[in-house]
Design a protein around this ligand. Structure first.
Ligand SMILES: CC(=O)SCCNC(=O)CCNC(=O)[C@H](O)C(C)(C)COP(=O)(O)OP(=O)(O)OC[C@H]1O[C@@H](n2cnc3c(N)ncnc32)[C@H](O)[C@@H]1OP(=O)(O)O
Ligand SMILES: O=C([O-])CC(=O)C(=O)O
Length: 379
């Protein structure tokens, strides 16, 4: 007889907290040492010494590229940056009230629906699709931001690296090196984080032998929520509500009294601070100096300190990333789409890993509804 039949309460792992569900060779999140490794490399070292393109290559191929491999990879990515007429047409038909995450999700779905090889799940075909999405997401994100600003689309440039081109397409101006570097760091830090909710969603979809585009579309939906990627936007909304540093503690007390979650703080896995925050905070500080906005850093520190004092909870990556994107000039609603553009690398690496050793993901539930009963006979 099973435990359930004998009446023993089965263990429920609500939110799958602390439950290992599979192996991965892509990244290691270690809350004890407060470290994050991509394919064995500390993410801080990667952020300091390689580009986001090299990190994408590392996540997909398992090794950093040599010069020739990088040159070939960059050429391939740069050639795929443009947007088809069909994708632009569908975006144009969406109302301006649609959240940019909904636009990005729809655009990826359109690219999938337009790909006659969408269901080819061979490693080569999936890598091809992953690189295509990686190359096109900056165009999608920038197309929508510029549509909101009533500005023309800026065509991608193949003489610029990924991050420089992204900023070029967003703002139509040659970006400054310091800004490109800070943006590239953010893309590297956001790229991959083991079995987070959106990656797990992608793996669940892949486990049914569905296609890569469907898995990425589902992952975008999971990332949108404010308990996950949507928090980077929510941080900026909170900063706007607070106003200035001296109002931070009072605002926090009122928010906690209302039992509100403070966005950009806390983490399911890290309980002593997010391994990526120091690197992203450095990038934010550089941007604060670059744009001469010490007031923003004062507010950042005031809320961080008040939260540590009141709750002992530390910031996650979304806390420094939100204000960094704000300083660069992105619309607040574009922040989570920027996260998508980065995380598509991690998602697709996981989709390929799941495909290579697949088992349908289907956990059990414990029924707690009414006992068996019967439909009353009418008349
Ligand atoms: C890139 C990323 O996706 S990082 C995560 C981004 N998300 C956010 O920033 C949203 C705000 N943070 C949160 O909601 C949570 O910290 C999560 C969802 C990220 C993690 O949640 P969990 O691991 O389930 O932590 P849990 O909810 O158990 O928190 C433990 C306690 O700390 C409290 N807590 C955790 N984070 C916060 C927060 N940001 N604000 C207020 N209280 C918090 C909880 O209310 C809980 O208190 P209780 O024991 O009195 O009920
Ligand atoms: O790991 C998580 O649960 C959330 C997170 O930080 C990420 O996806 O980058």
């Amino acid at each position: 007889m099973s435990d359930q039949q004998q009446g023993a309460a089965p263990a429920i792992y609500k939110g799958l907290t602390g439950v290992p569900v599979d192996y991965t060779a892509i990244s290691k999140v270690n809350p004890e040492t407060n470290s994050l490794l991509y394919r064995g490399y500390p993410v801080q070292e990667l952020a300091a010494s390689v580009t986001f393109e090299e990190v994408a290559y590392l996540l997909w191929y398992g090794e950093l590229p040599d010069d020739a491999q990088l040159a070939a990879f960059e050429e391939r990515e740069r050639a795929l940056r443009g947007l088809d007429h069909e994708v632009k047409r569908v975006i144009d038909e969406l109302p301006l009230t649609a959240h940019p995450m909904d636009v990005v999700r729809t655009a990826v779905s359109v690219i999938g629906a337009s790909d006659p090889g969408a269901d080819d799940a061979s490693p080569e075909a999936n890598l091809d699709k992953a690189i295509r999405l990686f190359a096109k997401l900056p165009s999608i994100v920038c197309y929508d931001q510029r549509r909101h600003r009533e500005l023309e689309f800026v065509e991608p440039r193949d003489d610029l690296g990924y991050s420089a081109n992204f900023l070029w397409q967003a703002f139509g101006e040659a970006p400054e090196l310091a800004v490109v570097n800070a943006f590239d760091v953010s893309m590297i830090l956001y790229a991959e984080h083991s079995f987070n909710a959106s990656t797990f969603a992608a793996r669940v979809i892949t486990s049914t032998m569905s296609d890569l585009y469907s898995a990425v579309t589902g992952a975008i939906g999971a990332l949108k929520g404010p308990l996950h990627g949507g928090a980077n936007e929510a941080v900026m909304h909170a900063f706007a509500e607070i106003g200035t540093a001296d109002a931070a503690a009072g605002w926090l007390d009122a928010a906690l009294a209302e039992k509100r979650k403070i966005m950009g703080f806390g983490h399911r896995v890290y309980k002593n601070g997010d391994s990526r925050v120091p690197t992203m905070r450095d990038a934010l500080e550089r941007m604060v100096e670059h744009y001469e906005r010490p007031d923003l850093m004062r507010l950042y520190i005031a809320l961080e300190e008040a939260m540590a004092e009141r709750k002992g909870i530390k910031p996650n990556l979304d806390y420094p990333a939100g204000p960094t994107y704000h300083l660069m000039g992105f619309d607040t609603e574009t922040f989570t789409p920027l996260f998508v553009a980065s995380r598509v690398t991690g998602w697709t690496a996981h989709i390929m890993e799941q495909n290579a050793a697949n088992a349908l993901i289907r956990p059990l539930s414990v029924y707690n509804g009414p006992d068996e009963r019967h439909v009353p006979v009418r008349g």
